[in-house]
Design a binder for this molecule. Structure first.
Ligand code: SAH
Length: 317
């Protein structure tokens, strides 16, 4: 028997080590090169706002095939490129797209220098603890021989009605805390609600279809929605500021997704229709555009970041 988050961590490590995740799902950078170009443009502006430090690192967590970074580097040339990636298989693909990158297993291993970090669909792959409210109090889900087992747990959670589920992504909270304590700037893009909510969001995708997360661990991609409120709270508790989350479509539109797509379409008419469809897909309000959110983490008092101009800023206290 093991805790659900331990089960999920093992299952996903096996999945990313052995499988091609892009056979199972499509991510934004795989839909349009403009996604990575916009993140690269954002990083470039953030770097200028930092005072253009000469030793700036551009770090990407969970870079997949490496295409987001390859697109970003057309717009911004940092002093060095770092990847946080545990899968040897994906590291190989990333190396083909981004020669000269340096790999690390965790954020803690990345050198302590000025840093801009980007991540798309990284935090949702990190393991969540799952709690379920019963008459006697909160219980924690464990996994035993392919079945859930609930054990009592001491945990500080809202007083939700019976049968409510809460998910806590401890590695994601630790990740944001580390970004905050480094006084780094980060742009985190992921699937999840604007505000914390009770509810079960764990899902597994095998061969492009929904599957039972407990069956055949390592053959399905297991994800959970990202709790942006919890991440913003963790960043602020560690002395940083958090801006957003804003919806992906609002962010990408503000940063010029449609203008850039049109420009590329004019230069390459054979690809024009693809580019226009891709831009629409990334911004569809009832799909990727509205379900994905973008959160920025930055030092307190940092000036308004592109795409987050309307978000409140917190001064250094
Ligand atoms: N950002 C990419 C890929 C998303 S898939 C895209 O948008 O296309 C998730 C990525 O996170 C994969 O590269 C996977 O190998 C990596 N990953 C998952 N869990 C990880 C962990 N615990 N540590 C480091 N990388 C991890």
């Amino acid at each position: 028997m093991e805790r659900f988050d331990h089960f999920m961590a093992r299952a996903n490590a096996a999945y990313y080590a052995a499988r091609d995740p892009f056979a199972d799902f499509v991510t934004a950078p795989e839909i349009s090169q403009v996604f990575g170009e916009i993140l690269g443009g954002w990083a470039r502006i953030a770097w200028e706002m930092m005072g253009s430090p000469g030793d700036i690192m551009l770090v990407e967590a969970g870079p997949g095939r490496g295409v987001l970074m390859a697109d970003a580097l057309r717009v911004f040339t940092p002093a060095s490129v770092h990847f946080i990636e545990t899968s040897p298989r994906l590291r190989e693909s990333q190396g083909k797209h981004v020669p000269g990158a340096v790999w690390h297993d965790t954020l803690a291993d990345v050198p302590k220098r000025p840093m801009i970090l980007i991540a798309n669909e990284f935090l949702d792959a990190l393991p969540v603890r799952q709690f379920i409210r019963r008459a006697e109090g909160w219980m924690e889900r464990h996994v035993d021989a392919g079945e859930y087992v609930e054990l009592p747990v001491e945990i500080d959670l809202p007083d939700d009605p019976e049968s409510s589920v809460r998910e806590v992504n401890e590695p994601a909270l630790a990740f944001v805390t580390e970004i905050a304590s480094r006084r780094a700037i980060a742009l985190l893009v992921d699937y999840g609600p604007e505000n914390s909510a009770a509810g079960e969001s764990v899902q597994a995708i095998r061969d492009g279809k929904y599957a039972n997360p407990l069956n055949q661990p390592g053959t399905a991609d297991i994800t959970a929605h990202v709790d942006f409120t919890a991440l913003a709270t963790a960043a602020r508790a560690a002395g940083a500021d958090a801006r957003g989350p804003v919806k992906q479509n609002v962010f990408l539109t503000a940063l010029g997704l449609f203008q850039r797509s049109d420009f590329l379409a004019q230069k390459n008419p054979a690809n024009a229709e693809n580019l226009r469809l891709a831009a629409r897909r990334l911004t569809a309000p009832d799909a990727m555009g509205g379900l994905f959110k973008v959160l920025a983490v930055c030092p307190p008092g940092f000036p308004p970041l592109p795409g987050f101009e309307t978000c409140a800023t917190r001064q250094n206290s």
